[in-house]
Write a protein that binds this ligand. Sequence first.
Ligand SMILES: *Cc1c(COP(=O)(O)O)cnc(C)c1O
Length: 522
Amino acid sequence: MQSLDPSDATDLRALGHRMIDDMFDHLETLRDGPVWRPMPETVREGLRQPLPRDPTSAEAVYQDFRALVQPYATGNLHPRFMGWVHGGGNPAGMLAELLAAGLNANLGGRDHAPIEIERQVIAWAAEMLGFPADASGVLVTGTSIANLIGVLVARTAALGPSVRRTGAGGSGLVAYTSAAAHGCLPRAMDMAGLGRDAMRMIPFDDNGRMRIGALSRRIARDRALGLRPFLIAGTAGTVDTGAVDDLAALADVAARENLWFHVDGAYGATAMLAPSLRPVLAGIERADSVAFDFHKWAQVPYDAGCIVVRDASCQVAAFGAEAAYLRREQRGLAGGGIWPCDLGPDLSRGFRALKVWMTLRVYGAHRLGEVVRQTCDLAAALAARVDREPALERLAPVTLNIVCFRYIAADGDLDRLNADIVADVQEAGIAAPSTTMVNGALAIRAAIVNHRTTCADIDIMVDAILECGLARAGAACAGTGNKKPPVMHRGQVYREASRLGDVGANDPLPAAGAGTRAASLP
Ligand SMILES: *Cc1c(COP(=O)(O)O)cnc(C)c1O
């Protein structure tokens, strides 16, 4: 007999305990290490092996993880990771992953407690958004898929369930979003078979918000062409600058034009947990569907995206399963009403909900909202510092937690210079901002998402950018072109930087007290 469970688990148990201790050590000391380090070719080579035919001890495999994987991870745990929009994760969510894998539950359907946990998480999401309590939803990998589900639900609502048999070819469906929207929205139209050209990219104003007049005119023009407008997708927190569309105005247009109103709130929707930020998102509670991520601003470990649909019957109409072997019963394991596989494209699904449930309960919605507000305060402080520094120029208004700016030099290619500065700072391990284009200019983009980031971290990043900029601009004047400046020797500077970082080290997130039953948003 070949069971994979050990006859004597003593060693594996001990290893498991050590893994947990090691990972807590890692979390406690990561501030002292580099944000990110490039992966040496030898390490990459070390990971390439043929299909392992014979067993290797778990101890040896774990040593490989420690040596070859852990040191070369993305870096988003680190307080000075400010690139893209990455969540920082949290220890309660980490432990939940262990428990979820232990239960190995399949949340496609059937009648069991893990599905009740996911239903609870969806109810909390609905509560956060100001949606009715009977709204439906599922957890998915991320907002890319959640947006796709939103488009498919809106499509079925527009054309009726028969579209699932006939397809939407020739239906003339067209949708509207901001030119500042995330690329996954036009891609969702592509994947839905409607074509990305059918996603009209409406121009945005100086604050990065979709122009309402331009939207109304485009809808009228499409109708005049005999096309069939069906969907407006607003954005709460654009990926480039963090702008939030005027969601109430979009809700008005959608109501007037009888269109589905979807909101991509990938990270921005989480601002609903911060009372002082809620007014910025006013109108989101009127959406027909909202896509967002728990793995960004809500700090749940990857991956955890979410789609919530106001009218559950619309979501079931778009995805309800009919296969005979998925037959529902009134009693037994095949009971339990609407299953998650009736609400999205996945059949087998893991217990993603547990890490969301544990994160929300252990820290509480209030505390998570405080983290969101704190990162916005840090972004405001960064913007103020940028505005004070003569060598820096801010390139976009700051709505939430993203600051776009650049280093300015008297002459030369500023786009090249700023891209080099960002790569210098990343490779030195000091900080990890990223870049984007704002009004045709390459911007250094700092998205403050991590609950560990402090004021000191912001200053360390700005100091490093100024230092690299000066070294590079000076080098360019001396005619040495884009050569890497000597000041940034990897491994030296970050240690200096992290020593400084300790000064303002953040308190860890305290566990919220109380509450054994969590019926409403904790
Ligand atoms: C991150 C992001 C997405 C994509 O979400 P994933 O979870 O990466 O799939 C979509 N829209 C916006 C505005 C985002 O910030």
